[in-house]
Design a protein around this ligand. Sequence first.
Ligand SMILES: C=C(O[C@@H]1C=C(C(=O)O)C=C[C@H]1O)C(=O)O
Length: 180
Amino acid sequence: MSGLCNSSSWRTQLIGVHGAARGWLTDQGSLTRRIIEHCPQFSVRHLRQYSGRADLDEAAMCGLSAAPMALLREVFLYCHDTPVVFAHSVLPHSSLRGAWTKLGKLGNRPLGAALFANPCVRRAPLAFKRLGARHPLYQRACAQLDQRPPYLWARRSLFGLQGRRILVTEVFLPTLMELS
Ligand SMILES: C=C(O[C@@H]1C=C(C(=O)O)C=C[C@H]1O)C(=O)O
């Protein structure tokens, strides 16, 4: 996961984005739920999940000093046969306990459904970043696209429960705006 930009390049203020795109990016609720509201033919397609070292920036976001071993989960969220979101989640092994013991075994079930089902889970403020073509998350998000846009907007936030944290990053594909 090396090469992700440092946290200073993620901003809590979303500047220069308006209309439907702003609505999607700033919605504090479940992205899964909002997509389903616009597209009943929703599905999660699990790309890869492996134990690895989180990026130092991501580890810091999870409140961890060194780069811990974490479960790294990447999926595409689909509407019918069209990918609309690329999601990259960092689940430190130390967080996969208690009520989150099974988060590492979701497969094609949406992480959001598990997170938002628990009223004790807290979501930290969203941070936003415009990903250029050289960003690793841009490159993986565009792997399914026939045409590559000049940039993609991404957001990320921490979810916390009983002192444990996971970091969820979502890269919004241009096709998501067609759902609005
Ligand atoms: C956090 C949510 O879960 C969604 C589903 C994910 C998954 O299944 O890995 C990852 C990020 C989200 O787009 C949500 O629905 O808001």
